[in-house]
Design a binder for this molecule. Sequence first.
Ligand SMILES: Cc1cc2nc3c(=O)[nH]c(=O)nc-3n(C[C@H](O)[C@H](O)[C@H](O)COP(=O)(O)OP(=O)(O)OC[C@H]3O[C@@H](n4cnc5c(N)ncnc54)[C@H](O)[C@@H]3O)c2cc1C
Length: 404
Amino acid sequence: MSDFSLELNEDQLQIQKWVHDFSEQVIRPAAHEWDEREETPWPIIEEAAKVGIYSFDFITQCFFDEAGLLMPIANEELAWGDAGIGLAILGTTLGLAGIAANGTPEQLMEWGPQCFGTPEKIQMAAFAVSEPDAGSDVSSLRTRAVYDEAKDEWVLNGTKTWITNGGIADIHVVVASVDPDLKSRGQASFIVPPGTPGISQGQKFSKMGIRASHTAEVVLDDCRVPGSCLLGGKERLDEKLARAREGKRSTSQAAMATFEASRPSVGAQALGIARAAYEYSLDYAKERKAFGRAIIENQGIAFKIADMKTRIDASRLLVWRAAWMGRNGKKFEAGEGSMSKLFAGETAVWVTEQAIQIMGGYGYIREHPVERWHRDSKIYTIFEGTSEIQRLIIARAVSGVYIP
Ligand SMILES: Cc1cc2nc3c(=O)[nH]c(=O)nc-3n(C[C@H](O)[C@H](O)[C@H](O)COP(=O)(O)OP(=O)(O)OC[C@H]3O[C@@H](n4cnc5c(N)ncnc54)[C@H](O)[C@@H]3O)c2cc1C
């Protein structure tokens, strides 16, 4: 176990600088263009793969950081450059998290590297849970997985929606119901390997923010995957279903296990956007003159800056605590993972709005990035569990009361 320290070690500092430099030199200059184009920024992902940021090795290195801080650090730095492009690079890690949380070590070693491919042949992964009638309420998923014993294959049918990298991913990790009567306890995760017939992209969504990140429906129509694609294996699933049928406590739920692991990283992305907006508006406030003085000389502006910085630092502390706890096997007794995502997400929305206000008219036009950062920030109160759902998780954890 690693002691908790706020002082980054040499390795962490070096990686932070490396990712930051990439973000500053490659991502940020391209951010406006890809936001306008609303397309996956393949050339930037290729660059990230070439330098090694988009790779299974790098993500594994982050994951194995003893303090657990490298993952949030990398997420913060990439989103600081641009959250949409950052997510185009990081979306694959959601699929990977789905495999890591529910799969066996052998499955992780087989599929993990394939999620990224190689710099010569980039691959992507997606994690598909949400459906048109099941977003926050994951227990009502309709996508079905039926076992064909004769062929040792699973047959998947259903429609997933709002899936990051949906349809363009090579590997889709799909959460489906094996026994609908058992609600979320009757669900399992499946790998849909590259080139599998029966999986296709439905509608691609045009969004308010993070527009360089691809979001689309995924349609599963008699999509057959080998028995070995059931994450965790059949024996473990049968045991889990038997326990659920007997009304015994469950140890994990397919979708929840993944979200629990990824929340601090998502919070870190929000933090990256907030920091970008804070830095930009602070510089502006020192430069911009009104009534014969720099606008920061007004308490009304200076106090905004003070509050922005305070909330950003508080967000980072919550994110780092949750990341350290997750990496060191600490139980989230008070919903600490949810706290980090909730606070960082809402901070990003608030800070980016303050940044627009500080910049006045210049904050509202597309010549400056703060209006984009505000649009980008809003998703962080919605995906990976809305702010309301995070509050539910925290309230249940601290009160011991089941709040529906
Ligand atoms: C850009 C984008 C990318 C996404 N990427 C992915 C992805 O890669 N994979 C994936 O599986 N999903 C993804 N999602 C889906 C996302 O996780 C869901 O949108 C989110 O979980 C909310 O579900 P919903 O939209 O159905 O809202 P609903 O669940 O319908 O909620 C609507 C409103 O009601 C509130 N609400 C619902 N239940 C309660 C309650 N019990 N108490 C209080 N308030 C409540 C919610 O907080 C929200 O404000 C993505 C979504 C977007 C927009």
